[in-house]
Design a protein around this ligand. Structure first.
Ligand SMILES: [Zn+2]
Length: 271
């Protein structure tokens, strides 16, 4: 599933590719993947691109008239650009025709992703991201500590809870816990302010490195030009069960917490 660095990578490349463009038509190819919710029931087209933003794992493409395309990629959703002379790729469910002649096309083999085209009013009432906690990349050290401290839960589960902190998923939680030397089963109220501060530092490091490297290409993630990221080559624990810890050489262990596979180093991350 694309996590924060992958969605950020897509937001940045779409921000560049869509600059100056307008959507002139919207084609729904598979019913149910795209929902349109505007006052009149129809998008106001043409709509000029205003910018791309991200909150947690949600992507927001903003268009003229206060309209927003809200996207959640879930497992296998992605965008690509299609020229009129090319056929759509398989599993293409919705297309946004641009004034350049190209389409911004959404494909999703497993079809769990969601697209919502919202009018300005609906963006206030129906925005699915309004239930989320603060985006982790926007949090200061103090803000991060304050978001975690009121809770008494296992760190792994708490960090994955999008209502508390938005943007982290399985990969980056495992990686940041390893950087900070925190066992994934540690209860959040057992960590001092100082340890939580170190965890915030580990999180920033991991997320910033991952964004710089175009994200992690797990399950064929690519950015909108089809370029894969390469942060998966830098993972220290995620997907490395049984392999030696890059810090101390101990074999990485895999356990299950809240139904999520969790990799950690038993020596670097003691309880
Ligand atoms: Zn280790």
């Amino acid at each position: 599933m694309p996590e924060l660095p992958e969605v950020e990578t897509v937001a940045r490349s779409l921000g560049r590719r869509l600059a100056g463009r307008s959507v002139i038509d919207i084609a729904e190819r598979t019913p149910g993947v795209l929902s349109i919710s505007c006052q009149t029931g129809l998008p106001e087209l043409p709509a000029r691109f205003r910018g791309a933003a991200r909150h947690g794992k949600f992507l927001f493409l903003q268009w003229g008239g206060g309209q927003t395309l809200v996207v959640h990629f879930r497992m296998t959703g992605s965008f690509y650009f299609r020229r009129p002379e090319d056929n759509p790729q398989s599993h293409t469910h919705a297309e946004f025709r641009l004034d350049s002649g190209e389409t911004l096309s959404y494909r999703d083999p497993r079809r769990f992703g969601r697209l919502m085209w919202l009018g300005a009013k609906e963006m206030k009432s129906n925005n699915p991201a309004r239930e989320l906690g603060p985006d982790v990349l926007g949090l200061s050290r103090k803000g991060f500590v304050e978001a975690i401290q009121p809770h008494a839960r296992m760190m792994k589960a708490l960090l994955l809870d999008q209502g508390i902190l938005a943007g982290l998923g399985n990969i980056y939680v495992d990686e940041m816990l390893h950087r900070a030397g925190v066992h994934p089963r540690t209860l959040s109220n057992r960590l001092s302010k100082n340890r939580l501060g170190l965890l915030w530092e580990g999180m920033r490091e991991v997320l910033e490195e991952a964004i710089e490297r175009g994200g992690s290409s797990i399950r064929d993630f690519t950015d909108v030009s089809g370029e894969p990221g390469n942060y998966q080559d830098a993972h220290r624990v995620y997907g490395r069960a049984g392999k030696p810890c890059l810090i101390c050489g101990t074999a990485i262990k895999r356990i299950v917490i809240g139904q999520r596979g969790t990799c950690y180093c038993p020596k670097c991350q003691r309880r």
